[in-house]
Design a binder for this molecule. Structure first.
Ligand SMILES: Nc1ncnc2c1ncn2[C@@H]1O[C@H](COP(=O)(O)OP(=O)(O)OP(=O)(O)O)[C@@H](O)[C@H]1O
Ligand SMILES: [Mg+2]
Length: 244
């Protein structure tokens, strides 16, 4: 895992990013700069473009126009290899819990004993000790999502993108995942996460990106956005009025 190195740049920028489909603007973000170091939370109503933005930042989809820059350079395969993403529904292999982690670690060309030690550390980190041999498909929703996050962390990412990782989970499973995310952040992993949960944004965010209608309507320090939103759309969303 990347050690906490505040001087090491990890700046994600967007310049002139746009996606249109059938004449409809899905994403229109002229400029956005995520400098970290704390977790960035992306909020906004259904269809606001949050997942599209996250996928663009991770290079999963190519926008019609504009650029995504990592530390001033266009996103390369090398950058992408230092990013990882976790989705709302965990995507796991039909294998044991340990084999799901081993699959990722093999790509890092670690030897057998190093992989075994790393798997033990990861299982402890996710509170999944004792589940190594269990089929990943038989895990509870919260356990499966914890495993998905561990698999992403096994890549030693500089940046971890999470798209509503707790939206299907109960409060205690959510709490366990939030603790994992905060620990990763404290170790220096840049977190960029989508949520619908304002309480979660309050608990985790250093900065908040508010989206509506494919646009970033506000980006600022979490406290400022939550307590004194500058934009009416932010105020309405936070007050629970803006649902779509
Ligand atoms: N491939 C596509 N083709 C056409 N429209 C798309 C495509 N992908 C996304 N959209 C549309 O773009 C808009 C933004 O989608 P996106 O998934 O980013 O929303 P979101 O903010 O993540 O919403 P939710 O909170 O429901 O997850 C939606 O109206 C969606 O239907
Ligand atoms: Mg989404």
């Amino acid at each position: 895992m990347r050690d906490l190195m505040p001087d090491m740049p990890n700046r994600l920028e967007i310049s002139g990013l746009a996606i249109e489909r059938k004449g409809r603007v899905l994403l229109d973000v002229p400029r956005l700069s995520l400098d970290g170091p704390g977790p960035t939370l992306i909020l906004g109503p259904n269809g606001a473009g949050k997942s599209l933005l996250l996928r663009c930042l991770h290079g999963l989809i190519q926008a019609d126009r504009g650029r995504v820059l990592q530390d001033g350079l266009d996103l390369t395969a090398d950058h992408k290899a230092r990013q990882a993403m976790v989705f709302q529904q965990p995507v796991l292999l039909r294998r044991s819990v340990a084999a799901n982690l081993d699959f990722v670690l093999k790509r890092k060309r670690l030897g057998r004993s190093a992989r075994k030690a790393r798997i033990a550390d990861l299982l402890a980190e996710g509170g999944l000790d004792g589940k190594a041999r269990q089929s990943a498909r038989s895990l509870s929703g919260g356990e499966a999502q914890r495993l998905a996050i561990l698999r992403a962390l096994a890549l030693d990412p500089e940046t971890l993108f999470l798209d509503e990782p707790t939206s299907a989970l109960d409060p205690s499973a959510t709490q366990a995942i939030e603790a994992m995310i905060l620990r990763a952040s404290d170790r220096g992993v840049r977190i960029v996460m989508v949520t619908h949960d304002v309480g979660q944004a309050r608990r985790l965010a250093a900065d908040i990106v508010m989206m509506q209608g494919g646009r970033v309507v506000e980006h600022g320090a979490a406290r400022q956005v939550l307590e004194a939103p500058k934009c009416q759309a932010s105020r309405q969303y936070l007050a629970g009025w803006l649902v779509t």
